[in-house]
Design a protein. Structure first.
Length: 213
């Protein structure tokens, strides 16, 4: 479906809605693609098509592989920044976006275990990239902000990671990137409460609790 044609159809369908958001259009595109894919699958008689379980396993496997690909690129192309180790730059990104966060908030935004997160925070503080102070709202907590050095480092790294991001997303079209982004956001929103609850459930119970067939 042509992008402009698709947007015109979307606007026409949403004629009674005053506030039309780009994210709504992305979800509409995703649903349209899902419908087309289901219709295509129903017509397909190929013997090598994957079962539902195999598709889910392949998605999980490919997500892990993509994480490893991205990690290798990041490690290789950020080697010119010796003060940044592994995923430290995501902590700088989070602080840049938020302005300031408590240690717990910063760790949770990056979906890390507490011990791993505290180790990264200590490293960034020791390298003068972030600084901590007592939180005005909860004096038991420490609030973190970027230092001037951290701001400079952020923009230097940003120039490189922008190119790495293009490499990671490969030859996907703009439309495909939008669809993939929408699906990944949906998955992230699903997994956030599971991460924040810190509760290890029986797998069958977890699937039933979250109505996953």
């Amino acid at each position: 479906m042509d992008f402009l044609e698709a947007y015109c159809r979307f606007v026409k369908e949403q004629s009674k809605t005053k506030d039309i958001k780009l994210t709504d259009f992305a979800y509409w595109i995703l649903n349209s693609e899902n419908h087309k894919q289901k219709s295509s699958r129903s017509r397909s008689t190929e013997s090598n098509s994957l079962s539902d379980n195999e598709v889910e396993e392949e998605i999980s496997r490919l997500l892990i592989l993509m994480y490893r690909h991205a990690k290798i690129h990041i490690k290789g192309y950020l080697s010119e920044f010796p003060e940044i180790v592994q995923e430290d730059f995501t902590y700088l990104y989070a602080l840049k976006r938020a302005g300031s966060l408590t240690k717990t908030q910063l760790i949770e935004v990056n979906v890390h275990e507490k011990t791993s997160g505290l180790e990264i925070i200590r490293r960034l503080i020791n390298n003068g990239l972030i600084e901590e102070s007592i939180d005005d709202h909860d004096r038991r907590s420490k609030r973190l902000v970027l230092t001037k050095k951290g701001e400079t480092m952020f923009y230097s790294i940003k120039a490189v990671t922008r190119k790495i991001a293009k490499l990671v997303t490969g030859k996907l079209s703009l439309k495909e990137k939008g669809i993939l982004h929408t699906m990944l956001v949906k998955l992230d929103l699903f997994h956030q409460p599971l991460y924040l609850s810190r509760t290890k459930m029986n797998l069958d119970f977890a699937l039933e609790s979250y109505s996953i067939n």
